[in-house]
Design a protein around this ligand. Structure first.
Ligand SMILES: Nc1nc2c(c(=O)[nH]1)N[C@H]1C(S)=C(S)[C@@H](COP(=O)(O)OP(=O)(O)OC[C@H]3O[C@@H](n4cnc5c(=O)[nH]c(N)nc54)[C@H](O)[C@@H]3O)O[C@H]1N2
Ligand SMILES: Nc1nc2c(c(=O)[nH]1)N[C@H]1C(S)=C(S)[C@@H](COP(=O)(O)OP(=O)(O)OC[C@H]3O[C@@H](n4cnc5c(=O)[nH]c(N)nc54)[C@H](O)[C@@H]3O)O[C@H]1N2
Ligand SMILES: [Mo]
Length: 676
């Protein structure tokens, strides 16, 4: 079998970019076309944005501008855009920046239309956990995975996507914990598992229900816990009753005995952790999937105790914090409901401005509103939706149709290439003071360690400068001042001063008191013997199997799932283009059986088509894939734009698209080319 080249380039016949002179900062194309960046082109590193860029119309080239000119222009356009405005906030930037961004949307622009990439990612986890427990955070701390007996790693390739957390997992395994991996691919994570359950894409609910039924039938339910801490058990029992092991085997493709073994291991464990990620959430019924998993913890009492809990491993360094700071359309900072008049009034009096009394549009709905023409201006901070949205051709078209787009980023992304104004920001990591919040809800300080390039300014400064131009004078001496304003408004963060964050090397929320630390796990109250202190019961989720929207058939016979590799990051803006012995570019990964069936070899370029679009990609053969299943990443869109294939079928509760299930076919090219 021919090995592809490992120098990070995908080789032959590609011309390098000529429009980016080395070492001068990103110089945009000046040919007036903002067309699809480098389609089929060899990857090049992005260089940092160093100066504001402006243009009057999208068909003109950008020109460098001073900050005053650029911000005056943005202020003018935004003043006109009230009522038709949306903001995308950055899950990589600090809590302080996200706090100011949502305040900008709510106070300056008078809208709750603010959201981030959490929507494409773990929004179903937040929605599912909130529905069950009233709070959207993961319930455990990282260290607990070292002190648990059974680990379910469900739809998560943590070995690649959460390598630091995975070190804790490995310590747990070394200490005797047994891990079960539930993933259609035998991933690098699964290699460490006691057992791999290779289910068909989109059959997680049948699998979870069969596990639940087996636990019930084997008499392994934690009855005391179910009776005092949950509601809806009888309905749940009826719901899962049809899901016998043999039916589940038929629907999921997982052998009945493997399902039974997992059910018994999980239910009998003294403590068990259930971790999940996008294999669960990135489906048209992502929130239902999450509820189906939470049900298992309710059945067994594996939640609300040290070492037993639920962990949606979050994606970006600060996607948890972005939501906590209110950069979502339905919550004010500190996860306080927009619909709660008491919460609203508190913020209105602190901010001296009214807060819209209804939910705003989420990211997905904002894209729909662009289509309908009701959203005309977007302020995009540190997101690259032109390449990260499902059905990216459609997303790009919608962005291009906006009356005004301002992008604030550290690189000139494809999204930025569609903008009227591009503002160069400092990186939230290493160039900015502030805090971020990780998956275990731990708020930690980040510091400026390097000098930002050129005229790049901190995201917060840019926003405050714009707010001033639009009539709102916000005086923050530094990031700490922003944080202290947030602390005064969010009870969960109230006790976390910068000094305490330093002293404890990060503190987990909730932290209401300045002189006490709470336990690192949530929902201990479920175990409270005093019913008065136990709080609300956690309801079982009554959710039903609903297969992927994009059906496979004779025309599109292969199930494509998309995801990540260890060596690259998201749309590749921050990790692409650099030669690395670790990295190979984009491939369509097939099982050995399918490669043989379609008569293709490693490195051969083929056309990959879905019902949305088509791309050309070289083939890779991966024995971790089962026949009928293909895999691509989202990391090299400049080279092969995977999201032209994916379907915008969204979870109606969370708005997350079904990135994990498209139907495709592959066709040999008329003239065979093999990448060397
Ligand atoms: N190296 C690296 N790390 C990253 C990132 C990166 O780009 N690169 N991105 C970060 C971000 S934003 C996020 S959100 C996280 C994501 O982290 P993960 O969710 O772990 O990453 P993915 O590879 O997208 O998807 C995980 C697994 O879901 C499986 N899967 C697909 N369909 C199904 C299904 O129907 N059921 C089940 N059970 N599993 C399924 C896939 O085979 C895949 O192994 O990673 C973060 N960390
Ligand atoms: N096919 C497929 N598509 C997917 C997924 C999938 O699994 N499959 N996963 C989805 C998921 S989980 C996610 S989270 C999204 C990610 O989608 P995006 O968030 O749109 O993609 P990124 O490549 O992470 O873009 C991050 C941007 O932030 C900028 N940036 C970094 N730090 C800062 C900062 O401090 N300030 C500012 N202003 N900018 C900054 C970077 O330069 C970059 O342009 O993709 C989604 N798309
Ligand atoms: Mo993500």
């Amino acid at each position: 079998m021919k090995e592809p080249r490992t120098d990070g380039r995908t080789g032959a016949g590609r011309t390098p970019r000529t429009d980016v002179p080395a070492g001068t900062g990103q110089t945009p194309r000046t040919d007036g076309r903002t067309g699809r960046r480098g389609r089929g082109r060899a990857p090049q590193p992005y260089t940092r944005l160093t100066h504001p860029l402006v243009r009057d119309a999208r068909d003109e080239p950008f020109r460098r501008a001073g900050w005053d000119e650029a911000l005056d222009r943005v202020a003018r356009e935004l003043a006109r855009a009230r009522g038709a405005f949306g903001m995308f906030s950055c899950a990589r930037a600090t809590n302080e920046m996200n706090y100011v961004a949502q305040k900008f949307a709510r106070v300056v622009m008078g809208t709750n239309n603010v959201d981030s990439c959490n929507r494409t990612c773990h929004a179903p986890s937040v929605a599912g956990l909130s529905a069950a427990f009233g709070s959207g955070g993961g319930t455990s701390s990282y260290e607990e995975i070292e002190h648990t007996d059974v680990i379910l790693m469900w739809g998560s390739n943590a070995r690649f996507a959460h390598p630091i957390f995975f070190q804790h997992v490995l310590k747990g395994i070394r200490g005797g914990a047994r891990m079960y991996a539930v993933d259609p691919r035998r991933t690098s994570t699964a290699e460490w598992a006691e057992s791999w359950l290779g289910l068909d894409v989109g059959t997680d609910i049948p699998l979870a229900h069969a596990i639940g039924r087996e636990i019930i039938h084997a008499g392994l339910v934690n009855e005391a816990f179910v009776a005092r801490a949950t509601s809806g058990f009888e309905e749940y029992r009826a719901l899962v009753e049809p899901w016998t092991l043999s039916l589940a085997q038929k629907v999921t493709g997982v052998p009945a005995r493997a399902i039974r073994e997992l059910a018994h291991a999980y239910a009998r464990a003294e403590r068990a952790q259930l971790c999940w990620t996008l294999g669960i959430t990135e489906h048209h019924n992502g929130t239902d999937n999450v509820r189906a998993l939470i049900n298992l913890s309710l059945l067994t009492g594996h939640v609300g105790r040290y070492g037993a809990g639920l962990q949606p491993l979050r994606g970006q360094n600060n996607v948890q914090g972005g939501g906590d700071m209110g950069a979502i359309p339905n919550r004010l900072p500190g996860f306080q409901d927009i619909l709660d008049p008491v919460a609203r009034e508190k913020f209105e009096s602190a901010w001296g401005a009214p807060v819209e009394p209804h939910y705003g549009l989420n990211l997905t709905e904002m894209f729909e509103a662009m289509e309908e023409g009701t959203l005309r201006a977007v302020y995009c901070i540190g997101e690259n939706p032109a390449q990260s949205e499902a059905d990216s051709e459609q997303a790009l078209r919608r962005l291009r149709a906006l009356d005004f787009l301002v992008v604030q980023d550290i690189f000139l992304t494809l999204t930025a290439e569609q903008a009227h104004v591009v503002l160069p920001a400092t990186a939230g990591w290493a160039e900015t003071e502030g805090t971020t919040t990780n998956s275990e809800r731990r708020v930690q300080r980040v510091r400026r360690a390097v000098v930002p390039p050129g005229e790049a300014r901190e995201d917060i400064d840019i926003l405050c400068d714009l707010a001033a131009r639009l009539g709102h004078q916000w005086k923050y001496a530094d990031a700490e001042a922003v944080w202290n304003e947030l602390r005064s408004l969010s009870p969960d963060h109230h006790g976390m001063t910068y000094a305490r964050l330093e002293e404890h090397q990060g503190i987990q929320w909730p932290c209401p008191s300045p002189d006490r630390l709470e336990p690192g796990f949530l929902h201990g109250r479920l175990w409270e013997s005093d019913p008065g202190l136990r709080g609300r019961r956690a309801p079982f989720g009554i959710v039903r199997h609903d297969p992927p929207v994009d059906l496979t058939d004779d025309a599109y016979p292969i199930r494509l799932t998309t995801g990540r590799r260890l060596d690259s990051y998201n749309t590749g803006v921050q990790s692409g283009g650099f030669a690395s012995p670790l990295r190979r570019g984009e491939y369509i990964e097939l099982s050995p059986e399918d490669a043989e069936r379609y008569g293709v070899v490693v490195g051969e370029r083929v056309q990959v088509a879905s019902r949305r679009g088509a791309v050309v990609a070289p083939v890779w053969v991966d024995p971790a894939l089962r026949p009928g299943l293909a895999f691509m990443t989202m990391h090299f869109p400049d080279e092969v734009d995977t999201n032209q294939l994916t379907i915008e079928a969204n979870c109606p509760i969370a708005g997350t698209a079904e990135f994990k299930a498209s139907a495709i076919r592959i066709d040999k090219l008329p003239v065979a080319t093999v990448v060397r």
